[in-house]
Design a protein around this ligand. Sequence first.
Ligand SMILES: NC(=O)c1ccc[n+]([C@@H]2O[C@H](COP(=O)([O-])OP(=O)(O)OC[C@H]3O[C@@H](n4cnc5c(N)ncnc54)[C@H](OP(=O)(O)O)[C@@H]3O)[C@@H](O)[C@H]2O)c1
Length: 228
Amino acid sequence: MTKQTVLVLGASRGLGFALAEEWLRRGWSVIATARGKSDELAKLAGRFPGSLETETVDINDAEGVRALHDRLKNRCLDVLFVNAGIARAIEESPATASEDDFQDMMLTNAFSPVRAAEMLRDLVPASGTIAIMTSELGSIANANGGWQLYSSSKAALNMLMKGYAAKNAGDGHTLLLVAPGWVRTDMGGSDATLSIEESIPLVVDMISANHGKPGLRYVDRFNEELPW
Ligand SMILES: NC(=O)c1ccc[n+]([C@@H]2O[C@H](COP(=O)([O-])OP(=O)(O)OC[C@H]3O[C@@H](n4cnc5c(N)ncnc54)[C@H](OP(=O)(O)O)[C@@H]3O)[C@@H](O)[C@H]2O)c1
C-alpha cells in the first residue's frame, strides 16, 4: 500500500516539529518545512530514513510558496497542515502595542496560512484534508481579553477560512481549524497546561477521525467543535 503523505508548513520546532515526528511514527511520508536550515529536522530524517523530506519556505513569501508548489506539483498530499504562527505583544492592547507587531501577526497567522492553502490546494485530492493551526483564543464567543492582539489574528484566520470554505466547497476537502490547547513550547511558555506529548498525538487522532468528512470545522484536540 502507498504511504500516506502529509506536508507540514512550519515544522522547525514546537508543535509543527512534533506533528512531523508523530506522523513519521505512524508510518506516514512527511514533507516538513522550515524557514532555513534545520539541524533538528536533519536529525529527525536520520531517525526515519526515506520517510522525511525537508523543504525551505517562509509562508509570508508568496513567491516562495509558489516555488514550493512547483517543486511538489506531481505529489499527492493526503494532509496539508499549516502550522506556522507567531505571538507578539501578548500583554498589549491597541493603545500600547506596536503596529508592526499587530501587522506581523495578521500577516503570519491569518493572511499567509489561507494564501498557502489556496496556492497548494490542487495538490490535495478530493478525499484529503487541509488543516490550519488556529487557537482556542480565536473564538470570539469565548474571548476574555487574554492575548488580545494574537487572539484577533486567529479570529481573522477563522474568518478567512470561512470564506475559503464557501468559495472552494466544490473541492470536497475536509477543512479543519485546529485548536491544540495551551502547550509548553517557545510560544506557549513554561506555564502552559499541556506538554507537547499531551496535545499532538490527540491532534493527529482528531485529523484521522475527520477523514472523509468534507466541509469546515473549528475543533479542539478532542474533536469537540468550538464556538466561533
Ligand atoms: N503553544 C500553544 O500553546 C499554542 C496554542 C494554540 C495555538 N498555537 C499555534 O500553534 C502553532 C505552533 O505554535 P508553537 O507553540 O509550536 O510555536 P513556536 O514554538 O513559536 O513555533 C512556531 C513555528 O512556526 C514557524 N514560523 C513562524 N513564522 C513563520 C513563517 N513566516 N513561515 C514559516 N514558518 C514560520 C516557526 O519557524 P522558525 O523556527 O523559523 O521561527 C516555528 O517552526 C502556531 O500557529 C500557534 O499560533 C500554539
